[in-house]
Design a protein around this ligand. Structure first.
Ligand SMILES: *Cc1c(COP(=O)(O)O)cnc(C)c1O
Length: 382
């Protein structure tokens, strides 16, 4: 059986966990948390990083930080994970869903301005498959209308955006804040885990307080205040040192992990190109302004029916493939709250997108086999 995902261990995970345990500092914000946060700050020049227990949590922190009030509106793609929306719904916000682009599942920046009202507070671009959204356009709209931008960079570790100024910027460094995930299905993992990146300095101090249950505990441990107490709202957003120790072992191999995934991704492209030319499916498109971090390899089928046949055919040949999001605007929870606009491309990705096995230990021969199995598929053409 070729699995869809298999978590990859780099080798030092147990050693670092043992070190964290034997140091008797296993709650959060210890040595490994700091090592991870510094790693990201140094490597990507993120202004400030805080590890969280998930990307979901990081998004919830961001929603608290921008002081959302009930009735405020937040614009995001419909084709995304529930956490992108839930974090803001929890603060009473109304979600205004944008459609995807025709050539890639990211939100279509051209459609955003028409969705902005006096109540709009933020735009949440999701870098689907680690491929950048059109950030110049989104940042220009945010500046013009005085909105916050929170990047859902859950899938976007080590991926870049090149702006019109020719500067290549890491995803997660562009918006006021960004949220990353280290869930075991992502490129760099810690089981469950995430990180909030705070690029906008005005959120720095308060972010640390919200992270530490609404107390100024972090400032106290740095000796900046002589006692600590309850100073704001907050929750328990920080992961234990055991999680951070695991994550640090992964970070030491980030380049090796990325290089291998990119090789596998490129092999998929080469092997599947002839089949795409025969019209069976469409290959993923990476815009010129985006780099590819090989988080995901997906194909687009014309219809739900064709995709279902493909999934069944692969399954019969012991290959696991999986579809992805169901448009949030038509979800049981949100369809009555949605304003009724048709989001055609979002629905096309809901019906037609198929993700193929993609993980560090996937063998080049597995990809060969997947391509061969595809070449024996019989999808009835209407
Ligand atoms: C994985 C993912 C999340 C949630 O990440 P967790 O760490 O599991 O909370 C949020 N948004 C997107 C786009 C994701 O892919």
């Amino acid at each position: 059986m070729i699995y869809f995902n298999k978590p990859h261990l780099t080798g030092k995970e147990y050693e670092y966990i043992a070190d964290a345990v034997s140091s008797k500092k296993i709650s959060g914000n210890g040595k490994y948390t700091q090592l991870c946060q510094q790693y990201f700050q140094n490597r990507y020049h993120f202004n400030k990083c805080l590890l969280t227990t998930s990307c979901t949590d990081a998004l919830e922190m961001a929603a608290i930080l921008i002081n959302l009030q009930p009735g405020d509106e937040v614009i995001m793609p419909s084709y995304t994970f529930v956490s992108t929306a839930n974090a803001f719904v929890l603060r009473g916000a109304k979600i205004v869903f944008a459609d995807s682009m025709q050539d890639n599942p990211n939100m279509d920046a051209e459609t955003i301005e028409a969705l902005i009202t006096p109540k709009t507070k933020a735009i949440v671009p999701v870098h689907y498959a680690g491929i950048a959204c059109d950030m110049d356009k989104i940042m220009a709209l945010a500046a013009k209308h005085n909105l916050f931008v929170i990047e859902d960079a859950a899938q976007a570790i080590d991926s870049y955006y090149t702006g019109n100024d020719g500067v290549k910027r890491p995803l997660g460094s562009i918006g006021n804040m960004a949220a990353f995930s280290f869930h075991e299905t992502k490129n760099i993992i810690s089981g469950e885990g995430g990180m909030l990146v705070i690029n906008d300095k005005k959120f720095e101090a308060r972010a640390e307080i919200i992270w530490e249950k609404g107390t100024n505990r972090s400032a106290f441990f740095r000796g900046e205040v002589d006692k600590y107490g309850w100073v704001d709202v907050g929750s328990s957003f920080l992961p234990s040192e055991i999680i951070a120790a695991f994550l640090y072992a992964q970070l030491e191999h980030l380049d090796a992990i990325q290089n291998k995934r990119i090789e596998l991704w490129n092999q998929y492209m080469t092997e599947l190109k002839p089949l795409s030319e025969s019209g069976l499916f469409t290959l993923p498109f990476v815009p010129n302004y985006a780099s590819n971090n090989a988080h995901m390899f997906y194909l687009m089928f014309e219809s739900l029916q064709k995709r279902t046949l493909a999934i069944e055919h692969l399954k019969k040949n012991e290959i696991n493939s999986v579809f992805h999001y169901l448009s949030l605007h038509s979800s049981p929870f949100y369809k009555d709250k949605h304003d009724g606009r048709d989001l055609k491309y979002s629905d096309l990705y809901s019906d037609g997108l198929l993700r193929l096995p993609m993980f560090y230990d996937l063998a080049p021969n597995d990809i060969k086999k997947i391509a061969e199995v595809f070449s024996t598929i019989e999808v009835a053409t209407p």
